[in-house]
Design a protein around this ligand. Sequence first.
Ligand code: UDP
Length: 363
Amino acid sequence: MTAPWRLLVVSTPVGALGSGGGGGVELTLEGLVAGLIGRGHRLTVLAAEGSRLSRACASARLWTVAGVDQPSWQHQGRDAPVQIPAAGLLPALWRQVQAHQGEFDAVLNLAYDWLPFWLTPLLPTPLFHLVSMGSVATVMDEVIEAVASSDQRRLAFHTRAQAGDFRLPAPPLVVGNGFDLSAYSFQARPAAEPLLGWAGRIAPEKGLEDAAAVAARLGERLLVWGVREDPAYAAAVEASVPPGTIDWRGFLPTQALQAELGRCRLLLNTPKWNEAFGNVVVEAMACGVPVVAYARGGPGELIVPGVTGLLVPADDVEALTLAARGSAALERSACRRWVERHASREAFAERIETWIRDGLRPA
Ligand code: UDP
């Protein structure tokens, strides 16, 4: 099939685009949609009511539907069953897909939910999934692995570490992620006051407490950006360090986030789970900020130790503190260069296009 394709991109049923509730999926969707528009395709985005698309995606058609948010999988037990709330957004989104799928060449799902994966063999239009998390629940592993067994070309992953969580019949397709580099200003020098940064949803799987402990030990201020998904957890982290250690900056749109982030001497990234990618790691590097992270999940693949950051054994706060103290040799320009080479929106869109083209060929 030749371009332009008519593509339907289905967003997460956790939060409207622009709210931050969808975590990294929101920015991934932006990069993917803008990148595919740039390659000449015709895009429709289906998302929660209240969603907004950035200017880069202005030529995409936006369809929204109302419904109750889906509980996110990362906050449920490994053996939890599939749950769908009454008047749920997830079935409302997929009812819309079912009604309109005949108008598209392919449907691209970005939601990590059981229903879309399960629907894969039933939808007449080819349905592709960009898997946004590693393994968090048995029932999700089962449904993702079932898609892989029937036609693995329908699946793509952000990193090898993430894909490694699943039993796949063939090596995974790893597409990374893509960022609009013009949205991030390179800041050659950090602020005069030594500042540490941390960004992400404020939730236990993100491990903010370890970054706060490092900031307290070094006596440096930790700027924290992100949606307060778990307020009790946020309060407990704040209470674990001397007052003033954490500077809560709130959830900021990309433009404001990158301006503040670029002032930091380092970003700390401390996932407690197998982080699928780690958008904030790349966003920091795009501003010229090196990253000290746990060698776990996506960040373990995104950081070139000694060049763009440092990796320490997961959950080792002592090692994290030492690395954060001795990071002066890292070059800010090397960080930006890495993002330009490996994580541009254009290169990402090309990888996505290749994935879909291969998947649309007869098996
Ligand atoms: N983010 C943001 N503003 C903030 C803090 C975070 O827009 O103030 C975004 C950030 O750009 C990133 C996302 O939140 O795209 C977090 O994604 P990440 O992949 O780091 O983790 P996830 O939430 O998907 O687990």
